[in-house]
Design a protein around this ligand. Structure first.
Ligand code: S3P
Length: 164
C-alpha cells in the first residue's frame, strides 16, 4: 500500500488519527514534528524561537523526504503545505488525506494550547492563516474527511472506507 500522509491545520487530529490508523492497519506511524525534534534535538518551540520559522521549515522538508513511500502512516505538521516541494513529494509518493476541521472547532480544541508558536498570534492572524492554508490543503489532497462533531473511531472508519 502507498504511504498515507495526513495533512490539516493545527489541532485537526493528525497525530491522534495517525496513531489510531497505524494500530488499525498495522502499519508503522511517523510524526514529522516528532522526527524534527528527535533528529535536531530541539523542541519545535525552541527552533522557532532561536532560529526562526524558516529553519523549522527546512528541517521539516528534510525529514519529510526521508519518509518511506510504502506502508506507513505519516502525520505531518500543519504547515507542511507551505512548501511546494513538500506537497509534490507527498502527492508523488503517497496518498494525501486532508483532515478538514472548521476554525471554530480548532479554536475550541486549542483554547489552552501554549505549545504551538503559530497559535500564539492574535485571533485575526490565526484566522488569516487558517483561510490561506485551507486552500492549500484542499488543493493538495487526494481525499478529504470532515472531522467536526465526529469521534476518532468514526474518522478512522471513513478513512478505511475511502481507501476501499
Ligand atoms: C505548525 C504546526 C505544528 C508544528 C509547528 C508549525 C504550522 O504542527 O509543525 O508548530 O505551521 O501549522 P501541528 O499541526 O501538529 O500542530
Amino acid at each position: 500500500m502507498k504511504t498515507l500522509y495526513l495533512i490539516g491545520f493545527m489541532g485537526s487530529g493528525k497525530s491522534t488519527i495517525g496513531e489510531m490508523l497505524s494500530n488499525t492497519l498495522s502499519l508503522p506511524h511517523i510524526d514529522t514534528d516528532h522526527m524534527v525534534e528527535e533528529v535536531y534535538g530541539q523542541t519545535i518551540a525552541s527552533i522557532f524561537q532561536s532560529d526562526g520559522e524558516g529553519t523549522f521549515r527546512a528541517y521539516e522538508s528534510e525529514v519529510l523526504k526521508k519518509t518511506p513511500p510504502q506502508n506507513h502512516i505519516i502525520s505531518t505538521g500543519g504547515g507542511i503545505v507551505e512548501r511546494e516541494e513538500n506537497t509534490l513529494f507527498m502527492k508523488t509518493n503517497g496518498v494525501v488525506i486532508y483532515l478538514a476541521t472548521s476554525f471554530r472547532e480548532i479554536a475550541k480544541r486549542l483554547e489552552d494550547d501554549q505549545s504551538r508558536p503559530l497559535w500564539s498570534q492574535n485571533i485575526q492572524e490565526k484566522k488569516n492563516l487558517f483561510n490561506r492554508r485551507e486552500k492549500l490543503y484542499e488543493g493538495n489532497a487526494d481525499k478529504l474527511i470532515h472531522t467536526d462533531n465526529k469521534s476518532a473511531a468514526e474518522i478512522i472508519e471513513e478513512i478505511k472506507a475511502l481507501l476501499g
